[in-house]
Design a protein around this ligand. Structure first.
Ligand code: HEM
Length: 450
């Protein structure tokens, strides 16, 4: 059997590499038109196999950790995090996963809602009465504040001066083209930031061990974690890598999804009204905000954050009448998979109601199978809290009415400028005036929708 058919437009030497990195949507669209839902592209030294739609997605997820490897699929992560978590050998990955999984249970995520809500309110409190802001630029610091405070403790910014700026420099290491050792200025900056983040994260872990909290938080539980099989403590370098990975992977991804969600809702006032009329917001009822849930799903469908769920073939694989050769890069493209007519009728329409009654829609914005995003519920909860607060407390209007996805990025965030004009709504005074301790307690949670 042969490789899946190759899409047109390969250039000498580099094949499809430049188009694959700069404009994957156009390449994938052409591949679909020419060959259907499985085809190849030419990448340096190896073929890439592109998969679209639910059947091929099931294949990719079922074969992951068998004949398709995740750990070698994202080489840039290696110099950022080392061989930790899903980049580790399988046995080690599973041991680490057993430690992290309980921290993402519904109970634990509900425990973060108060903090998310307080941070969202503070964000709005700190805005002048009216003005404009860029969604991506404004949500960046908000999301990292929520993620870092949830996982490392609310005092992290005080204990680590320049935490957020350091994280930004660290992110520059996500370069899909250059190898990590290449002495490019952005990679050097990223490595320096990584070393500083590792040092500071280790200090935070040691500090929490020395000064335990009466009610252990995520950092404390992690600092004292032991492997279930050997009962040995998890080494500090593994803990540090886990901490960095969790704070990092949940950052740009959530900023991107959240920004698109706000854009989609502002472009579709009818859907926005449904959300504004929805259920109250507190830990017990957040899950009942079904309209908002569906709106976030529809944003995930139309603007999935990741341009590719990537794997590497560890052996020759006979699949669907083709051979996927050992070493090939296999890519599930969520963007196009979410716009197949046969799966989602009127695929380019924004219509959250399409998900009514669908328990498991064929969406891959958070991956799938065993490696499905660990932080999906955390991210959905966080986005629900922030969207709810924004629309309750601000009159918002898009200034840039048709933002486009940023080109040439692994994550598909809206290209700045993507600005909104806002005015604070009367009757929603600053949240700080409501509680005596500045926290969003029960009183505030119950008054949110008034
Ligand atoms: C909108 C926000 C997010 C999006 C779109 C997103 C997307 C994804 C995707 C597509 C994967 C699968 C990658 C693959 O299979 O190759 C993934 C995995 C993962 N995500 Fe997220 N993510 C988001 C937020 C978060 C958050 C907030 C966290 C944690 C705080 C997180 C932690 C993880 C982890 C640990 C994995 C690896 C899971 C494993 O291999 O077992 N993510 N995410």
């Amino acid at each position: 059997m042969a490789l899946p058919p190759t899409v047109s437009g390969a250039k000498p030497l580099l094949g499809h590499t430049v188009e694959f990195l700069r404009n994957p949507d156009a390449l994938v669209e052409r591949g679909l038109r020419e060959h259907g839902t499985i085809f190849s592209v030419k990448l340096p030294g190896r073929p890439g196999v592109v998969l679209l739609g639910p059947d091929h997605a099931s294949f990719l997820f079922k074969e992951t950790d068998k004949r398709l490897s995740i750990k070698d699929a994202y080489p840039f992560f290696l110099h950022m995090f080392g061989r930790a978590y899903f980049l580790a050998e399988q046995d080690e990955y599973r041991r680490q996963r057993d430690i992290l999984l309980p921290q993402f249970s519904g109970k634990h995520i509900a425990g973060h809602i108060d903090l998310m809500d307080r941070k969202a309110n503070e964000f709005i409190d700190n805005l002048p009465d009216q003005g404009e802001f860029d969604l991506v630029e404004a949500f960046g610091p908000l999301i990292i504040d929520i993620t870092a405070s949830s996982f490392l403790g609310e005092d992290v910014a005080a204990k680590f001066d320049g935490f957020f700026a350091t994280f930004k420099r660290f992110s520059e290491g996500m370069d899909p083209i250059l190898p990590g050792w290449f002495p490019a200025p952005h990679l050097i900056r990223s490595h320096r930031a990584r070393d500083l983040l590792r040092k500071k994260s280790k200090q935070l872990i040691e500090d929490r061990r020395r000064n335990p909290l009466p009610e252990p938080d995520f950092l404390q539980t992690l600092s004292t974690a032991i492997y279930a099989d050997t009962k040995e403590p998890v080494p500090d370098e593994v803990l540090v890598a886990m901490v960095l990975m969790l704070v990092w992977v949940g950052h740009e991804t959530t900023v991107s999804h959240l920004s698109w969600a706000v854009i989609d809702l502002l472009r579709n006032p009818h859907e926005r009204t449904k959300i504004e009329n929805e259920e109250t917001l507190d830990a017990k009822t957040l899950h009942r905000m079904e309209n908002l849930d569906r709106a976030l799903h529809e944003t995930e469908r139309l603007h999935p954050v990741t341009n590719g769920v990537v794997r590497k073939a560890v052996e020759d694989i006979e699949y669907d009448g083709h051979t996927i050769p050992k070493g090939a890069i296999v890519v599930l493209h969520p963007g196009k998979s979410h716009r197949l007519d046969e799966v989602f009728p009127d695929p380019h329409e924004y219509n959250p109601d399409r998900f009514i009654g669908q328990k498991k829609p064929a969406l891959y914005g958070f991956g799938g199978g065993f490696h499905r995003c660990l932080g999906e519920n955390f991210a959905y909860t966080e986005m629900k809290v922030i969207v709810t607060r924004l629309f309750q407390r601000l009159d918002l209007e898009l200034i840039d009415t048709d933002p486009q996805p940023a080109k040439g990025q692994a994550n598909n965030w809206p290209q700045s400028p993507c600005r909104v004009r806002y005015r604070k709504l009367e009757g929603h005074q600053d949240s700080g005036e409501k509680g005596t301790d500045g926290r969003c307690g029960e009183h505030q949670a119950s008054s949110i929708h008034s």
